[in-house]
Design a protein around this ligand. Structure first.
Ligand SMILES: [Fe+2]
Length: 293
């Protein structure tokens, strides 16, 4: 019994209206519910996948990981308790707000609120309609996407996510941050998505560097790239990653951290996958446009 996928994410944001237009008109997500205080967005048949709530941090507020059923949830709670983690169970009000049948909540070693749940709400009766020209998003068994977690001690975070939560290492990229500074980034999977979580000790003020949504076609990436205009900040050019082979670009969200819009990643087959390491993040492209007008 283990985590199946990243099911949902919630962000605390200063500018809800800016997020609403960015998520729908630029990225092509569907708005499921919205007020000036917050909004829910869909990528697929699920009632929601990403939430934004008005707040001061402009950062990731919580993430929800999915397990199969109530028995798997109980097993995860027990595993966490045995590891000495404080776990809150039976929060019926929170489960109702998330639209799930049951959940537990706790925090990772550096204070990111995590939830594990089962029984998400499906709304097949309200077909997914993208907010812009996107043929669809790759979700299903691979979950909503991935994000890169910034922590002060990546070894400590890696131990928690692998040994306690059961993620498996896909590969490592030793990222050169300067002439004498190399930061290892650890890429972890819990299903066929090459990484659902990456961990790195980047010297950044936010809990995450970026999150990813994955289109179904190459053209989905191209159309999204074209929708970003002078008012938007594209932070890296189109490129292809060395490890997951994702064809993608990066842009700044209204909260300052980034979003990756991708397509075409290779997948992990646990029968044949072997852990490798890399010295570069990109085969080609992904040139940084940060600090350029
Ligand atoms: Fe990424």
């Amino acid at each position: 019994m283990s985590i199946k996928s990243l099911g949902y994410m919630g962000f605390s944001v200063k500018d809800v209206p800016a997020w609403r237009s960015f998520m729908t008109q630029k990225l092509g997500l569907m708005e499921a519910a919205a007020t000036d205080e917050g909004a829910l967005f869909r990528l697929d048949s699920r009632a929601w996948r990403i939430a934004v709530q008005r707040g001061e941090t402009d950062d990731l507020a919580y993430t929800g990981y999915e397990v199969a059923d109530a028995a798997a949830l109980a097993q995860m709670a027990e595993r966490l308790r045995q590891a000495g983690i404080d776990v809150v169970t039976g929060d019926v009000e929170l489960a109702k707000r998330r639209g799930v049948m049951g959940l537990i909540s706790f925090a990772d070693p550096f204070g990111l609120p995590l939830e594990i749940y089962y029984g998400a709400s499906e709304v097949f009766e309200q077909p997914f309609m993208p907010g812009a020209a996107v043929s669809g998003f790759l979700t299903g068994e691979q979950g909503l996407g991935h994000f890169v977690r910034c922590v002060p001690d990546s070894e400590k975070a890696l131990a928690f996510y692998t040994q306690v939560l059961g993620f498996q290492l896909s590969d490592i990229i030793d990222i050169k941050m300067g002439p004498d500074v190399t930061v290892p980034a650890y890429f972890l999977h819990c299903n066929e998505r090459h990484h659902t979580l990456a961990i790195a000790a980047f010297p950044l003020p936010k809990r995450i560097h970026h999150f990813l949504v994955q289109g179904l076609t190459l053209d989905d990436v191209g159309y999204a790239y074209d929708r970003l205009d002078a008012a938007d900040k594209i932070t890296s050019t189109l490129g292809r990653h060395t490890n997951d082979h994702m064809f993608s670009f990066y842009a700044e969200t209204p909260s300052g951290f980034e979003v990756e819009f991708g397509w075409g990643a290779r997948e992990v087959d646990d029968r044949s996958w072997v852990v490798t390491r890399h010295d570069r993040t990109a085969m080609w492209g992904h040139k940084s446009l940060r600090n350029k007008a």
